[in-house]
Design a protein around this ligand. Structure first.
Ligand code: TRP
Length: 459
């Protein structure tokens, strides 16, 4: 069978727009709304944002094009696709290990991602109830600590979130994933715009803009550069086979470069909008922009508790956070589900429930790292810290690097040119190949070496 006549066993997206929504849905997540604002705050604002944009477009974009391209060419789950293309292009079936590592890391990441998503569900309820009205910083921090210590509650929210994820994925590409992102993504964007206008009217928009967009390179450090680069992969969902799995369902006539550019733009826009929600309030209420990971759960509630309509606004914010996490979670589960249904005869619904249960059980490790097992510490810290470090800082850059090298060095130029349609845009193809061959691998190598040699703290 020729490479271009393969079909996907899971069906296809109904259109190019559906694909853009799905990949943006996987890209826009906790990374954009929770992590990006706090790292931008911690690493000095403008200069960090500037460098982050360079990484996203110079390294993230060509990596995304590579992943989508391999996915569409193989038209299978990431493990089978890497095996098939490895055999075709290099007579080497070991490339399947790259797919396998990616799928496994997605699986592990989902286990802790779901726990954090659960926190935002809890905060929807708390803010809506007005729990933070006029509360003091110490009370808000104690509240967060009480939540992470309350394991039955964490298990409850983790179960609810995993349940929603499984329900969507079990329904398949068109009736599950596509239907979900078609509803959730526009909802998310509208809510986010409402939040920005609200933050702009109650907060210090001008000061926030200055902080974020006036680069002051004296504030910028090498560590900040590494964090920016690492975050560029994470936010674009690269290096995990997720984008490859979604690429397998992309109709043949859709342009890979154009759709990837659209996804990267949406993801970047949402990250910037998130900072425009968070920082005007941080400045208006005299909070610390460099508060770190607690920015969203410990600092923002203070602002919500002190402003008019804060309960409603706060509940909105956490709904947005949970929605963004949900469209990412389905992207983390899909590759493993595709793999299981394609390699065994297990029907999709059972495969999803079974894998969902495995992820759910793994998530208990993260939950207990905050309470019962908080004293079990080694290497990077708690069990959760170690899981996160190995997957996000080590496996993800490694798999991303392997995929990009495969697409631009190992795969023959005719195959990639055919898939990327270089007649239509020879310039885009040339730019992609240059960035993918030289710039992206150099960038990944830097992040990777740093992650392996450094102590905790890059994520
Ligand atoms: N991009 C997601 C975020 O910003 C997280 C993520 C990383 C992800 N890799 C993924 C989501 C793979 C789905 C699939 O929060």
């Amino acid at each position: 069978m020729s490479a271009t006549s393969r079909t996907s066993l899971q069906g296809l997206w109904s259109s190019r727009t559906a694909f853009v929504l799905a990949v943006s849905g996987s890209a826009v997540g906790l990374g954009n709304l929770w992590k990006f604002p706090y790292i931008a705050g911690e690493y000095g604002g403008g200069a960090f944002v500037f460098f982050y944009l360079l990484c996203v477009f110079g390294i993230g974009l060509p990596m995304m094009v590579s992943e989508v391209m391999l996915g569409r060419r193989g038209r299978r789950n990431p493990i089978a696709t890497m095996r098939l293309l490895g055999e075709e292009e290099a007579s080497n079936h070991w490339w399947r290990l790259v797919g396998l590592t990616g799928v496994l890391s997605g699986f592990v990441i989902l286990s802790f991602y779901s726990v954090v998503a659960g926190w935002s569900l809890e905060y929807v309820v708390q803010t809506a109830r007005g729990s933070f009205t006029d509360s003091e910083p110490r009370a808000v921090a104690a509240n967060f600590e009480a939540l992470t210590g309350d394991w039955p509650r964490l298990i409850l929210w983790h179960s609810i979130f995993m349940g929603m994820t499984v329900m969507i994925v079990a329904n398949g590409v068109r009736d599950g994933l596509e239907r979900a992102v078609r509803i959730l993504m526009p909802l998310l964007l509208i809510l986010l715009l409402i939040l920005v206008s609200f933050a702009a009217s109650t907060g210090e928009l001008g000061q926030a803009m200055g902080f974020l967009f006036k680069p002051d390179f004296k504030q910028f450090s090498a560590e900040g550069a590494l964090v920016a680069l690492g975050h560029a992969f994470f936010t674009l969902s690269l290096g995990m086979g997720a984008v490859m799995a979604y690429g397998a369902y992309l109709p043949k006539d859709a342009s890979i470069t154009a759709t990837s550019v659209a996804v990267v733009l949406v993801d970047t826009l949402v990250a910037l909008l998130a900072t425009l929600v968070v920082f005007p309030m941080v400045f208006a209420f005299g909070l610390d922009p460099a508060a770190g990971p607690g920015l969203v759960f410990e600092t923002l509630p203070l602002a919500f508790g002190r402003m008019e309509l804060g309960s409603m606004f706060g509940a909105f914010f956490f709904v947005v956070l949970a929605t963004a996490a949900l469209t990412s979670a389905i992207g983390l589960l899909e590759p493993a589900v595709a793999w299981l249904t394609e390699t065994t005869r297990v029907p999709r619904s059972w495969a999803t429930v079974g894998l969902g249960l495995v992820v759910w059980s793994l998530g208990l490790l993260t939950i207990f790292s905050f309470n019962m097992l908080a004293d079990v510490r080694f290497w990077q810290g708690t069990l959760y810290n170690n899981l996160e470090h190995v997957t996000v800082n080590i496996l993800l850059p490694l798999v991303g690097l392997a995929i990009t090298v495969f697409a631009s060095w190992v795969m023959c130029g005719n195959s990639s040119a055919e898939e990327l349609d270089d007649d239509e845009s020879p310039l885009a193809y040339t730019v992609w190949r240059f960035l993918a061959r030289f710039v992206a691998p150099a960038g990944v190598a830097i992040v990777f070496l740093n992650a392996v040699t450094s102590s905790p703290g890059i994520s």
